[in-house]
Design a protein around this ligand. Structure first.
Ligand code: GLU
Length: 417
């Protein structure tokens, strides 16, 4: 997943975007360097009595527009470079979504699938102890990412609160509702992407019933997106996870598929079996990569036939594959826009924690829809007017917003805590 060049590749996007942005070259240069990168070792007592030492990272990439914001990933392939790339993307994503945050990211090299519940709790609490001096309510605010969830966030918030000596729910978002989480955070990433597809459908006058969708990755984002799309009448024809997938040209029964996946840990039981690679090459209207980085590369891009790609995962296309697809007229709604619904509702959660006033689900949905529609239309319009891709347009708009903040701040960087 995370070759050592993932970070170098990520910041390469700045150069193309800079030519369409008013940002001063000094802002672009500043964005090539993470502000703070913390590496910790986390000794954990395993259930069998032995001690294992896990390595974790937290990157505060840029905090000029506000506190750093971004998830924590638990995955065997986590690396320093991957965390830096993901933190850079968060910086750009928060500027695209126009929420008052910088970007950050964290990760622990571990495999939660091989750990007991108690071991997972010890890793989560141990990691928070390790990074507690570099995160904070107005400093850097973590959230869930790949293989972490509300329960993990609850343990981390509890641990942090114990360290600082008072309850601090807003130090982390994506918490269980019972501990100060926001209604609507669980499906926010998928819902944000779904609202954007609804905008696209309006612009392009899609007939939902004949619009086909294939979903690559069936975790939180993939499952919720499948459900929202199916409920709205779109035809979800294929889905897969890392172990395989299913395809039915007449449409899948999504609620049953989600139930099967969550009880058997596999996407199976209907239509015909399909590999992840073949799913990428299906002749569908919309392809939704919802797993990890570098899913579509130069080795497999030539077979992609979808008209549109909604990047619910972070970094699913390599730069060269992205260029090749764009040349063939395939429109990619870029990750920094497509999956920004997650961090947008994280922002709503943080605002609720700070104010102590909690919102109705309908309010969350309405505010999310307004934001997603606004940013989608702005980026779509800018891309059309300049004849550039939506990715370049999104980066250029983000760069302008970041430059404005950098210029307003001046040169001296401050380091909270
Ligand atoms: N991990 C999610 C992302 O990549 C959410 C981050 C957040 O809510 O802070 O956007």
């Amino acid at each position: 997943m995370s070759g050592s060049n993932v970070f170098t590749e990520a910041i390469e996007r700045l150069d193309t975007a800079a030519t369409h942005s008013k940002a001063h070259p000094e802002t672009v240069e500043r964005l090539r360097h993470p502000k703070l990168l913390t590496e910790v070792s986390v000794p954990v007592r395993m259930d069998d009595g032995s001690e294992r030492v896990f390595t974790g990272y937290r990157c505060r990439y840029d905090d000029t527009r506000g506190p750093a914001k971004g998830g924590i990933r638990f995955h065997p392939d986590v690396s320093r470079e991957e965390v830096m790339a993901l933190a850079f993307w968060m910086t750009v994503k928060c500027a695209v979504a126009n929420i008052p945050y910088g970007g950050g990211k964290g990760g622990v090299i571990c495999n939660p699938k091989e750990m007991s519940f108690a071991e997972l709790e010890r890793v989560s609490r141990g990691f928070m102890r390790g990074i507690s001096h570099v995160v904070g309510l107005d400093v850097d605010v973590p959230a869930p990412d790949v293989y972490t969830n509300a329960t993990v966030m609850a343990w981390m918030m509890d641990e942090y609160s114990a360290i600082v000596g008072h309850r601090e729910p807003g130090v982390i978002t994506g918490k269980p509702v019972a501990l100060g989480g926001s209604l609507g955070r669980n499906d926010a990433t998928a819902r944000g992407g779904f609202y954007q597809i609804e905008e696209l459908a309006q612009i392009k006058s899609f007939d939902r019933g004949s619009t086909t969708i294939a979903i690559h990755g069936f975790g939180n984002a993939g499952q919720y997106f499948a459900q929202l799309a199916a409920d709205a009448g779109y035809k979800v024809v294929a889905a897969c996870d890392s172990r395989g997938g299913v395809y039915d040209p007449n449409g899948l029964d999504v609620p049953t598929l989600i139930e099967t996946k969550n009880s058997s840990r596999r996407v199976q039981g209907q239509g015909s079996e399909i590999s992840g690679e073949d799913l990428l090459h299906l002749d569908v209207d919309l392809l939704v990569p919802a797993a990890l980085e570098n899913t579509i590369t130069m080795d497999n891009q030539a077979g992609v036939k979808a008209k549109y790609i909604l990047e619910l995962a972070n970094g699913p296309l390599t730069n060269d594959a992205d260029d090749a697809l764009a040349q063939r007229g395939i429109v990619a709604i870029p990750d920094i826009l497509a999956n920004s619904g997650g961090v947008t509702v994280s922002y709503f959660e943080w605002v609720q924690n700070k104010s102590g006033l909690y919102w109705e689900l309908a309010d969350v949905h309405e505010k999310l829809r307004t934001k997603m529609a606004e940013e989608f239309r702005a980026i779509w319009g800018f891309a059309e007017s300049k004849g550039i891709t939506m990715r370049t347009a999104a980066y250029a708009i983000a760069l302008d917003r970041l430059a404005e903040a950098h210029e307003a701040t001046g040169t001296a960087a401050s380091y909270a805590r």
